[in-house]
Design a protein around this ligand. Structure first.
Ligand code: UDX
Length: 434
């Protein structure tokens, strides 16, 4: 089939490459000529494992092209996927739909009769219905559930497909697009527009709630002297709860969960439904960053003024160079404001971090960051940070003090190497309790 993908950011570039991999002819469309030029040359402007290879393979085979022209897109495809961003509005927390509205208007103006325009962007419930009423073109909604770092895998082998459709014809077209994925046994849920839109926002709200739940338990553990890691392990053995998304730490960040729960709460309130618990999920999440700052202060005496702090991690999670709403950089910036001399190291996100936080210090390696540090903060759980030898690290640091903000380091090993080791939700070693 001939498909277009509108918007070639993280979602669109992945979707376009994966649709080519499924055997379609794909035209990616973006208003930014620099992005189009980079992708056309096989360059991906962000870190996503497997994606550069796929883009290079299919731009070379001629199955994947990029353009800035909606007129070209309209003439090219039978099915158009809208993958543009829905950022958070500056004032209310609501989703900003300017890019979605512009993409649908442009496609409605240029699409050939009979074309199907499929929304993939995360939107407030009611958007697909509004667009269908506004534009004289057939619409469907097909939410995505990509995780950064696993975007290619999640597109080619998703947990489920959701088709929000108003006609049998739209469903038939989408079934044809995803034929190889469906043939592999992927569950398909067909739904009306509002339900399809809600699947995405509800899924993200649930995941955020699960993380904030375990982080709230970390707060209780801190007050009661319990250990949240052991608690999470025991809870996770219950099949009904499951072990995933129960990692307590400095909370969630990134381009999706924080903005999506705010937009969802806002939209529900517009509809007269209170999702006040999502505000609390957000508040718990932000409090975890405060807690790491508190632990840093505690370990440094009572403030961090003049302390040399090594921050391991800048990306919002490992496997990504994305620093949007990164808890690690949020904490680093706070400590700098409190007078610490902060040096950050991240395996992938250094360029992005430098641009966004030019006043923080940056080291070229983890060792360089550790050298002379009065305090180490482990804030993004890259696997290579687990490989750091605490004995060697103790020789590099000026003072062996560490906060494990992600709860993935081996506390006993670090303590045995002489480190004062603290982690949110876990008790301080007995000899350190005040
Ligand atoms: C998320 C959803 O998982 C995905 O389905 C959706 O399409 C987009 O948003 P992503 O933002 O890539 O994906 O990251 P995810 O892996 O979900 O992690 C989100 C944040 O939660 C990260 O900051 C991560 O470090 C944090 N997290 C995750 C925890 O703090 N604890 C956990 O147990 C799991």
């Amino acid at each position: 089939m001939r498909l277009t993908v509108i918007g070639t950011g993280y979602l669109g570039a992945t979707h376009a490459a994966c649709m080519a991999e499924l055997g379609h002819e794909v035209l990616g469309v973006d208003v930014d000529p620099d992005k189009v030029a980079a992708l056309s040359a096989g360059r991906v402007p962000f870190h996503e494992p497997g994606l550069p290879e796929l883009i290079a393979k299919h731009t070379a085979s001629g199955r994947l092209r990029f353009t800035t022209s909606y007129a070209e897109a309209g003439a090219f495809g039978d099915v158009h996927f809208v993958c543009v961003g829905t950022p958070q509005s500056a004032d209310s927390g609501a989703a900003d739909l300017a890019h979605v509205d512009a993409a649908f208007a442009a496609l409605a103006a240029h699409a050939v009769p009979g074309a199907l325009v499929v929304g993939k962007s995360t939107v407030p419930v009611g958007t697909a219905g509004r667009l269908a009423r506004t534009h004289d073109v057939e619409i469907a909604w097909n939410p995505e559930f990509l995780r950064e770092g696993f975007a290619v895998e999640d597109t080619l082998r998703p947990d489920r497909l959701v088709f929000g459709v108003a006609t049998d014809r739209a469903e038939t077209l989408l079934r044809a697009v995803y034929a190889p994925v469906l043939a592999a046994g992927t569950p398909l849920v067909t739904a009306d527009f509002p339900t399809a839109e809600l699947v995405k926002t509800a899924a993200n709200a649930f995941l955020a709630t699960k993380i904030s739940f375990i982080n709230a338990m970390a707060e209780v553990c801190e007050a009661a002297g319990g250990d949240v890691r052991t608690l999470a392990e025991a809870l996770g053995h219950d099949d009904r709860i499951g072990p995933k998304f129960l990692r307590a730490g400095i909370g969630f960040g990134g381009g999706c969960l924080p903005k999506d729960i705010r937009a969802f709460a806002h939209r529900a309130e517009e509809l007269g439904v209170s999702l006040a618990f999502l505000r609390e999920v957000d508040a718990i999440n932000m409090r975890r960053r405060d807690r790491v700052v508190e632990l840093a202060r505690e370990l440094c005496g009572h403030d961090v003024l003049g302390a040399r702090v090594a921050v391991l991690g800048a990306a919002f999670k490992p496997g990504s160079d994305d620093i949007r709403d990164s808890p690690a950089l949020g904490v680093a910036a706070r400590l700098r404001l409190e007078g610490a001399d902060v040096t950050v190291y991240d395996p992938e996100a250094m360029d992005n971090a430098r641009k966004a936080f030019p006043l923080l210090g940056y080291a070229l390696t983890a060792e360089d960051a550790l050298r002379g540090a009065d305090l180490v903060l482990h804030l993004t759980e890259w696997p290579q940070f687990r490989e750091i030898d605490p004995v060697r690290a103790a020789r590099l640091a000026a003072r062996p003090r560490i906060v494990d903000g992600r709860g993935t380091l081996d506390a006993d090993r670090w303590a045995a190497a002489g480190w004062r080791f603290r982690a949110p939700g876990r008790p301080a070693p007995a000899d350190e309790e005040q």
